[in-house]
Design a protein around this ligand. Structure first.
Ligand code: AHR
Length: 326
């Protein structure tokens, strides 16, 4: 811990005692203002274009924001992600940006960073808010409204599906992750308000293309009458399209495929008529992280949820955006 941080932590503790708060302050650690910061970014995995784009966004921002970036890749393991944060704490980072792979297993990492006097910002995914809270255990969550993303996909399906009976297979993201929980809730709650639709199967494909393909292959055998596939991300949607085509089905004609993210492959699938819609979930968090961190260091009160606005891509605009996609 640097001398300045020790002084800041000490002042915060003394202020807490005077306010009758005891030793553990119910506030995130402060961040001193300085020229350069040692910044930790603990990525969960690099198995899809979204993750790669997010990591690149942090690397790209490092120079312009005067960061010495310590970046790790937990290779799909929540336990390794916790260990990566431990190692960053030991290396003396000033601030931590963490996309927690799952909602509960990453809570110890958040708690340990706070105990070490390191302010943490959760990016893109969150942790269980009943246990770890913004404005206390971490500074803020930077990210999309995942419930709203699922709801917007459902609303698009309700408006655009022209059959009498929608038989839906849902490909869920990583079990226990905030986007899987929330995208399911947003979609299911909205679509089931319309009695034309039934969700006949809902299973995890772990946000991965090949797993999406495999799960779709299995579910197609059990539910050959499926005519809508809702995937929690584009990679699984592309995997599902592969499975459908292998089974002789025609995505875009006899099966409507819808999902979330806005990757280049998904926009191309929309242009090719194989996918109906993808609601954006931006991975470009680097510049936002820089801005929010600077505001925090300047002593500004940070909103507990710095919300990212998402666009929607359909055949009407996919071609206009494919060049900026990842
Ligand atoms: O947390 C955001 C999700 O995680 C993205 O939709 C997905 O592609 C990624 O792995």
């Amino acid at each position: 811990m640097t001398m300045n941080r020790r002084i800041l932590m000490c002042s915060a503790a003394i202020a807490g005692i005077f306010l009758g708060l005891g030793a553990a302050s119910a506030e995130p650690p402060p961040l001193e203002q300085k020229e350069r910061y040692k910044v930790g970014f603990a990525q969960m995995e690099s198995n899809n274009p979204w993750r790669i784009a997010e990591t690149k966004s942090f690397h790209d921002t490092a120079e312009s924001c005067n960061w010495d970036l310590v970046a790790t890749d937990a290779a799909g393991s929540a336990a390794k992600q916790v260990a990566d944060v431990d190692s960053m704490i030991a290396q003396g980072i000033d601030v931590l940006f963490l996309p927690p792979r799952e909602e509960k297993p990453l809570i110890p990492a958040v708690m340990k960073a706070k105990a070490a006097g390191i302010p943490t910002f959760l990016v893109d995914r969150s942790v269980d808010p009943a246990v770890a809270k913004p404005g206390d255990h971490f500074v803020a969550f930077l990210g999309s409204d995942f419930i709203d993303q699922g709801k917007r996909v459902a609303e698009w399906v309700i408006e655009n599906f022209d059959g009498d009976k929608g038989v839906i297979v849902e490909l869920e993201g990583t079990t226990g992750s905030s986007p899987a929980n929330d995208r399911k809730k947003g979609f299911d709650d909205r679509i089931l308000q319309d009695e034309r639709f039934e969700i006949v199967a809902s299973q995890s494909g772990d946000f991965a293309r090949d797993q999406g393909r495999q799960v779709m292959e299995t579910l197609l055998q059990a539910h050959p009458d499926v005519n809508i596939v809702y995937a929690h991300n584009d990679e699984m949607a592309i995997g599902a399209i592969q499975a459908l085509e292998l089974a002789g089905r025609k995505p875009g004609e006899d099966v409507l495929v819808v999902s979330i993210d806005g990757t280049r492959d998904a926009l191309q699938a929309i242009i090719d008529g194989k996918m109906g819609v993808t609601v954006e979930s931006s991975p470009f968090f680097g510049p936002l992280a820089c801005e929010v961190m600077k505001r925090y260091a300047a002593g500004e009160e940070i909103e507990h949820w710095v919300q990212v606005e998402d666009r929607i891509f359909t055949k009407d605009n996919a071609a206009d955006h494919i060049d900026e996609a990842y």
